[in-house]
Every structure is written in C-alpha cells, then in structure tokens.
Write a protein that binds this ligand. Structure first.
Ligand SMILES: Cc1ncc(C[n+]2csc(CCOP(=O)(O)OP(=O)(O)O)c2C)c(N)n1
Ligand SMILES: [Mg+2]
Length: 366
C-alpha cells in the first residue's frame, strides 16, 4: 500500500499597507477609493476618542465595566465596510467601530455597559445582534441567521467576530462544524489580539496560526494583518463572495493587538511585558492609515486638527444622550430576552411590581 498525501493546505497571510507605510499597489488596487479611506480614518479616529471617554466614564463611576477596543479598530471597521446592509454583523465586545459604521448610534454601547437593557435593543432595520459577553455563543447565533438566509434565498451572509481565546471554546468548534457541514454563508472573523485576559495566545492555541484551526472543518482559512484596513476589506470581501456564491465558509484570523487592559477590571501590567506593547504601538492601524493618506495628498495637519475638535464634540454629545435617557422601569429586566415571555417570568414580573412597595416598606420598618 503506497503512502499518499490525502490532504495538504497552506495558510496565506495578506498585507497591503505595511507598518512602514509601504502600499502594495497591485494587491491594493480598487480595494478602497481614496475618499472612502478618508471617511474610514475619520470614523476610526472618532471611535478611538469614544473608547477613551468610555474608559474615563467607568473610572469616574458612571459605568460598571468597559472593555477597551483601542488598537483593534481596523478589523471590525474594515469588515463592516466590506459588508452589505442585508448581511448580519454578529459580534463580541471589541467591535464597537464596526457596529457604529453600520449605523448603531454610539450611545447604545454606553447603555449596555451602564447596565441598561435598552442598549441591547438594536434599532429595527439594522442587521446586527447585541454584543455578546459570554465567550463564543454568538458564533452559533450567526450560523442560525445564515441558515435562515440560505433557506429564504435572500442572498444574505453573516459575519461573526470573536477572540483568539474563544477558539478554545466548544461553541467555536460546534459552530464551525455546523457551518461547514450545512454549507452556510458564514464568515468567521477571529480577532487575534494576542491575549485572552492574562493568557497569551501561545498558551491558548497551539500551532503557527490560529487560522489553521478552521482547516479541520474544511473552511477556507486565511491570516490577515488586522491593523491594515485595506487587507481586512479585501479578505472580508472575498470571504463574502465565497459565502454568497458558493456557500463556502471562510475563517479569517485578523492579527491585531489589545492596546489596553482586558477590561477596566484588569491591570495588564501585572502579566504583560511593556516592550511587547511598545512594538505593537508602532503598528497602530490609525497612524498607518493617516501616514498613507498624507502621502496620497488626502490629509494634512489642518484636517487632523479639525477632526480632533469634531471627535471631542461628537463624543460629548453621545455621552449627554446616554446619560440623559430617562431611568428604566425596574420591570424592564424582564422585557428584553423573550418576544413572548414564558408564564414563570410573567408571574415574577407581576409579583415584583405588586410587592415592590410593600418590600420597601418592610425594610424601612425594620
Ligand atoms: C463562556 C464564558 N467563559 C468565560 C468568560 C470569562 N471571559 C471573559 S473574556 C475572556 C477571554 C476572552 O479572550 P478572547 O476570546 O481572546 O477575547 P478578547 O477579550 O481578547 O477580545 C474570558 C475567559 C466568559 N465571559 N464567558
Ligand atoms: Mg484575545
């Protein structure tokens, strides 16, 4: 019996605008028109300002916790730019910029982290799910949405985002298996930011790439420089074509870096070498795009100063709207999970309503 190769594969890495500002004109042709690149830069800059302000809101007691998105703006913004309105955007919690690009008002994410369920009530017409904090569950939701789209024949696809750590969850493997065997129009976008809280990528995922985890399922797997918005747009666009036209699943590993702590409940200085962070600061997705725009004659200091002022003004308006919302009714906690709540929850809601006054009186009289 001869030995024969029954399977072989390679993982390609795509980069168009490298960290030294070198632009691959051949690969980068027609990926993003210059005026759109300016709009994307402005958007990511405003999102970074938003992120910094959200962090301060938490520190000053206005919010329970907050996971900074700092440094990872190009992944979700690039993906959102490549998507169509009919596609589903199904994310974890480091994709704020992509959600905002697709039209989610910025106050929604502040409400979410302020513990207000209204932040999870995505406005009608926007094809996205609320952010997922349980690690990995959203990938299965994306499969369900993609399956529904395929069944209806509406040409939609779902793009789901998750971290490097999430690829060690059972949900990831179940979702990949589901998507590839049922041939669903799903794109799996892993934001490999180097860390899962204090666990480094190498302790969490064996092998050279995270992308190769998708090979066992028969997905098309690719690695992309996640801090290069041109490369991200290109791979997501290709993945969506593969999904829509051939029902072929793509697993994208976007290599990026978490510039902040895991969340405001964490202090990364306790486990992370500052030299590593400094190396990644040089690969910043915004700085890289700005240099490219300046070299292309589309950006200058005056425009930058105007943008900085606009970003500050925009974000303070968002904070005002987020904090200005009327207080939610206590019974609202029952209202955002089920379209038709089960009997038991209806009973609890009613009991809470009818007993709340007497309970308060009981506490006072003690
Ligand atoms: C099901 C589940 N298990 C554990 C946690 C606690 N937890 C929160 S974030 C996190 C690490 C996630 O790492 P990664 O997937 O790389 O995403 P990142 O935070 O780096 O974006 C863990 C274990 C959780 N939220 N949900
Ligand atoms: Mg991670």
């Amino acid at each position: 019996m001869p030995r024969e190769k029954v399977f072989s594969a390679a993982i390609e890495r795509i980069s168009i605008l490298d960290e030294n500002g070198k632009f691959d004109a051949k690969l980068g042709r027609n990926v993003i028109p210059l005026e759109d690149a300016v709009a994307l830069y402005e958007h990511m800059f405003i999102c970074r300002e938003y992120d910094a302000i959200a962090f301060k809101l938490q520190r000053s007691g206005h919010m329970g916790t907050y996971p900074q998105n700092w440094g990872q703006e190009a992944t979700s913004t690039g993906a959102a730019y490549a998507m169509e309105d009919r596609d589903w955007f199904v994310s974890a919690y480091r994709e704020n910029a992509g959600m905002f690009w697709r039209g989610l008002p910025m106050e929604y994410i502040l409400w979410h982290w302020m513990g207000d369920e209204r932040g999870n009530r995505i406005p009608d017409g926007l094809r996205m799910l609320p952010i997922s904090v349980p690690i990995g569950t959203q990938m299965l939701h994306a499969c369900g949405l993609a399956w529904a789209g395929k069944y209806r024949g509406d040409g939609s696809a779902a793009v789901t985002f998750f971290g490097d750590g999430a690829t060690s969850e059972g949900d990831f493997h179940e979702a990949m298996n589901f998507a590839t065997t049922l041939e669903l129009p799903v794109v799996f976008f892993c934001q490999n930011n180097g860390w899962a809280i204090s666990t480094p990528r190498r302790r969490n995922v064996g092998g050279e790439t995270v992308a190769q985890r998708g090979l066992a399922y028969g997905a098309h797997c690719v690695q992309v420089d996640g801090n290069d918005i041109y490369a991200v747009v290109k791979v997501v666009r290709e993945a969506l074509e593969r999904a829509r036209n051939d029902f072929k699943v793509t697993f994208i590993e976007g290599v990026t870096y978490r510039m902040g702590d895991h969340t405001t409940a964490d202090d990364a200085r306790r486990y992370r070498d500052s030299a590593e962070r400094e190396e990644w600061a040089k690969r910043d997705p915004l700085a890289r795009l700005r240099t490219h725009l300046e070299e292309s004659g589309a950006w200058d200091t005056a425009k930058q100063e105007a943008l900085e002022a606009r970003a500050r003004e925009h974000v303070s308006g968002v904070v005002e709207r987020a904090e200005g919302i009327e207080k939610p009714a206590a019974a609202d906690i029952f209202n955002y999970t089920f379209a038709q709540p089960p009997e038991t929850l209806i009973e609890q809601r009613e009991t809470m309503r009818t007993n709340s006054l007497s309970l308060r009186d009981a506490v006072r009289s003690e």
